[in-house]
Design a protein around this ligand. Sequence first.
Ligand code: SF4
Ligand code: SF4
Length: 453
Amino acid sequence: MVRRRDFLKALGAAGTAAGCGPVRRESRRTEDISSGQIVPGTMTCRKDTSGEDNVSLLGFGCMRIPVRDISDLREGEKYDQESFNAMVDFALSCGVNYFDTSPRYCEGKSEEIVGKALSRHDRKSYYIATKMSNMAPETFSREESIAMYHRSMEYLQTDYFDYYLVHNVGSHENFKQRFLDNGILDFLAAERQAGRIRHLGWSFHGEKEFFDWMLDCGTHWDFTQIQLNYIDWQHASGFNVNAEYLYGELDKRGIQAIVMEPLRGGALARGNQQIRALFKGKSPERSVASWAFRFAASLPNVLTVLSGMTFMEHVRDNILTFSPFTPLDEEEKATVQQAVEAFLSLSVEGTPCTGCKYCMPCPYGLDIPELFLHYNRCLTEQTLPPSPEDDGYRRARRAFLIGYDRAVPRLRQADHCTGCRDCIPKCPQRIDIPGEMLKIDEYVEKLRAEGGF
Ligand code: SF4
Ligand code: SF4
């Protein structure tokens, strides 16, 4: 184990279907929105390119399944199946019919929970999307990958997948190890031929050259899942490629896009004070998140926009946005552009963590996504004045430190990062997690050292 002091030194102190109607275009009445009324049967759907499926424009992402209250934890039941069932039932009753999961989500529990919820309904009333998530080296082999595929069927209680994805590919080397050398791409193509995979696609985080290669590699892709939101459209950071480019390339080839991270890990649902005021000033009855969903869904070659919904309030609000969906008009597009500029003008950029949890568990117990969430929130809200001499600094400093301890228990905080780098290859955003942990730790230590707390 690297001692923390050595680690700091090494990095340097500066380290810094069914039930879904045809596509509707009529505007929802303002009174429907403001009263929170969902008009039954008005969910907007889009046809997939095969013409067989009528997919709800809102897709249910099953990465953030609700967890039980700590006082109600039952053995082996961290996730709240009953609450999730209720959300799924409500979503289905409102016309949501696309459910996206993966063997990786929710510590490997998502597929089983989704299977239990959906199998209570007619199999033809929903579309299942899941993935070959053979991301860990021990799952690269043909045997392990095929076993993962069959487990997905078992957990999801189905004998076919509507949408199946080669999960999270972004570089040649990784794709070769996971899908070419072991013959898994051929296996999946054969499964499509046999009808057990109805649509085969891939999800992308990575290098632009690899994206281009995938589109021209000779495999017929039915769809592609990309990170798309109003910031990443032209201002993708880190390892990401501008979504405008990705979408344009797919559109040129007639491959439909499935949108992930429309809220950029939740950041675009929260916004900051300035952004919330901007959106609420234009349309008080709509949520801040709804603007981000409408940005993504206004693109005509998008089949569905995934939303990871944890609470019934999320489900309701999202369904309202899509029942029926109205694309952004020119004035609204200009408002979104103002929000983009407000985000870009933030003096300190947060970490582009989407909260996917692929980096977890950290062998040293850090709660990586929660640490980034708290830190990013502080930066985007600009709650902490830059100088201790500024008005309100002491109060804001105290609020940050209390919030930090509440959000993340002491033993899981950034100062426990050893710099082992175990998490780095697992992060689709290619965040330098230990470097960022060091930054957070230095920030927190500086605030604590200022005393009084
Ligand atoms: S480098 Fe990553 S995995 Fe290792 S201790 Fe730090 S956060 Fe955890
Ligand atoms: S650090 Fe990376 S892998 Fe971990 S939750 Fe954030 S985006 Fe996901």
